[in-house]
Design a protein. Structure first.
Length: 258
């Protein structure tokens, strides 16, 4: 089989959370470029509409759905809207997330809850909703959760983020165990340092630039570095992959392990 056929997504309907910027916007564009119709979900509707126009200008199809991933009612409406526009969502990319900084002893309950509800709770509930609908429609589907290398190790000042991302790795395994035989494959991608809107200023600082010394390939992740992992996990190419977390970090974890 040719690679173009192996990774072809024609006939698939994808929903990407946190699609208004950064990795989410890139994921949406890659899915659309390979044939999927894409539901763009985030809180910033104006940015989503700009992304929709870019996708459509390139020959793809997309619909804008404004929603906060922490809002269960908004989640239901988002899936309903995607189905109305394109049909059953068969690919979910659980990308929405928030960052924080602050040492453990100073972290407020409010901040802990904000990070966990966005980065962990929402991942489970959106995956649950997607799986229920895929199974009810008697279809095959793929769910990709965006974890982090901090799901495997720790760093100072990001305890809530680290806990949430470790939870994402475990949720991915548990969901895969229960859903794979029903035709829903669940996997995850764990990026290392990527230049995005969330951390752009920090990574361009002298302290941030110094972190490239921890990365064997000698640079931060950039546009395109996650395309292959995403397409593998949502296409026929990954038909026998379930419960896996693909680490894409330029070898950073290898250096940390020694």
């Amino acid at each position: 089989m040719k690679a173009s056929e192996l990774f072809e997504l024609s006939g698939q309907v994808a929903l990407v959370t946190g699609a208004s910027s950064g990795l989410g916007a890139r994921f949406a564009q890659v899915l659309a470029a390979n044939g999927a119709r894409v539901a763009l979900v985030a809180r910033r509707a104006k940015r989503l509409d700009e992304l929709r126009k870019r996708i459509e200008a390139s020959g793809g199809r997309a619909v804008v759905i404004e929603a906060d991933v922490r809002d269960r009612a908004a989640m239901t409406r988002a899936f309903d809207a995607a189905e109305k526009a394109f049909g059953t969502v068969t690919i979910l990319v659980n990308n929405a997330g928030v960052a924080h900084s602050g040492r453990a002893l100073d972290l407020s309950e409010e901040e802990w809850r904000r990070v966990l509800s966005t980065n962990l709770d929402a991942v489970f509930f959106w995956a649950q909703e997607a799986a229920r609908r895929i199974i009810a429609a008697n279809k095959q589907g793929a769910i990709v959760n965006i974890a982090s290398v901090l799901g495997f190790g720790v760093s100072k000042g990001v305890i809530a983020y680290t806990a949430a991302k470790a939870g994402v790795v475990q949720i991915t395994k548990a969901l895969a165990l229960e859903l794979a035989f029903k035709g829903v494959r669940v996997n995850a991608i764990a990026p290392g340092w990527f230049m995005t809107e969330i951390n752009d200023a920090y990574l361009k600082s002298e302290e941030g630039k110094a972190k490239t010394r921890e990365i064997p390939v000698g640079r931060f992740g950039q546009d395109g570095d996650l395309d292959g992992a995403l397409l593998l996990l949502v296409s026929k190419a990954g038909a026998y992959i379930a419960g896996a977390t693909i680490v894409v970090d330029g070898g950073q974890m290898l250096a940390l392990r020694g």
